[in-house]
Design a protein around this ligand. Structure first.
Ligand SMILES: [Zn+2]
Length: 187
């Protein structure tokens, strides 16, 4: 009886062992990918390998990010969320915060000249109120810290701030607070 049982077990492993092993491996791989996909959407994994550079050197924040607290826009005379950070610096140079590819360079009346750069891990950085003469064009590859233009006062919706960079950061199409990624010098 014992022997027959053992034989049966051995027989089973011989017959189906490979299938069971393959099944376990497939399951493990699928689970790993599922976990990676889930974690990839979170902020922590996205930033762990990314080294953000400040979009301006020795930047002064003239208007900070706010999503729930409304701030007065003195130019337009209304209260609004400000899903960006407004920065100035001595030389007004503007740098890409990460390696990336220029998605667009365009102009609109309210935001002025704007450069949009796509990065890895779902990050997109947007630089508005730039001088007309930007240093990049659509399709260009840029590295973190590369100069892309100069801040100016082309964003008519924020004229009262004078020459400045209106910097916006998005993660997976959502606005995120740049302060969570950049070490901006708050003054
Ligand atoms: Zn702004």
């Amino acid at each position: 009886m014992e022997i027959r049982k053992e034989n049966k077990a051995v027989e089973f492993i011989k017959k189906y062992g490979l299938y069971v092993a393959v099944g376990v491996v497939v399951f493990a791989v699928a689970l790993t990918f599922t976990l990676l996909a889930t974690l990839g959407g979170t902020v922590r994994t996205g930033t762990s390998t990314l080294n953000f550079v400040s979009p301006m050197s020795n930047a002064t924040v003239v208007k900070d990010y706010s999503d729930t607290e409304l701030q007065l826009n003195e130019t337009l005379g209304h209260w609004e969320a400000h899903l960006s950070v407004d920065l100035t610096s001595e030389n007004s140079d503007v740098f890409s915060v990460l390696d990336g590819t220029v998605a667009s360079v365009n102009y609109d009346y309210l935001n002025g000249y704007t450069v949009t750069i796509n990065h890895t891990d779902g990050f997109v950085s947007i630089y508005s109120s730039l001088e007309e003469a930007v240093d990049v064009k659509e399709g260009d590859t840029v590295t973190a810290g590369e100069k892309i233009g100069k801040a100016s006062e082309t964003a008519t919706s924020e004229l009262e701030l004078g020459s400045h960079l209106h910097f916006t950061l998005k993660l997976n199409d959502d606005y995120v607070n740049p302060n969570n990624y950049l070490n901006l010098e708050l003054k």
